[in-house]
Design a protein. Structure first.
Length: 159
């Protein structure tokens, strides 16, 4: 029986990808062109795990926990992002991400669209939702919408 749904952001929360990340000169948002330029297998392979990765791994082996990765990354099945996660973390029960570069929705909107339908399924009716996130505005929006418990993970990538 599923009693918990744990939702993990990736960058800055579970995975350190700061070597591929920078903000715009104003400092208030990600330099998306720079991110896309560095979202290649050679650079993804240099990502590393953050301390929250241990919490993720524990959740993955708990039979009462349904684990979701919800990221604003653009991914495709089997790409370098999937390979990194599979090798270093183990794949989650559900992986929510952008479906290609043309998906320009806001991060919280993207994540909620993938998560909300699950909460209507019978096996998740009484499950407690926990959200692990480094973007405080995403965290607030997701917890308010999902009636979840937020775990803020401070990072240099929370834009």
């Amino acid at each position: 029986m599923i009693t918990k749904i744990d939702i993990f952001d990736m960058d800055g929360t579970v995975i350190d990808s700061t070597h591929r990340y920078r903000t715009m000169p104003s400092g208030d948002r990600i330099d998306l062109d720079h991110w896309i330029e560095n979202d290649i297998p050679e650079m993804i392979a240099r990502d590393s795990l953050l301390p929250m990765a241990e919490q993720y791994k524990k959740a993955c082996i708990d039979p009462q926990t349904y684990v979701i990765i919800a990221t604003a990354r653009a991914c495709e099945d089997g790409d370098a992002n999937y390979q990194f996660i599979e090798k270093h973390l183990g794949l989650p029960d559900k992986f929510i991400h952008r479906e290609g570069r043309s998906d320009t929705r806001g991060g919280a909107e993207l994540k909620l669209k993938g998560i909300k339908p699950l909460l209507n399924l019978k096996q998740f009716v009484n499950a407690k939702v926990r959200v692990f996130e480094d973007n405080i505005s995403y965290l607030k929006k997701m917890c308010d919408t999902l009636d979840g418990i937020g775990i803020y993970v401070p990072s240099k990538q929370g834009h």
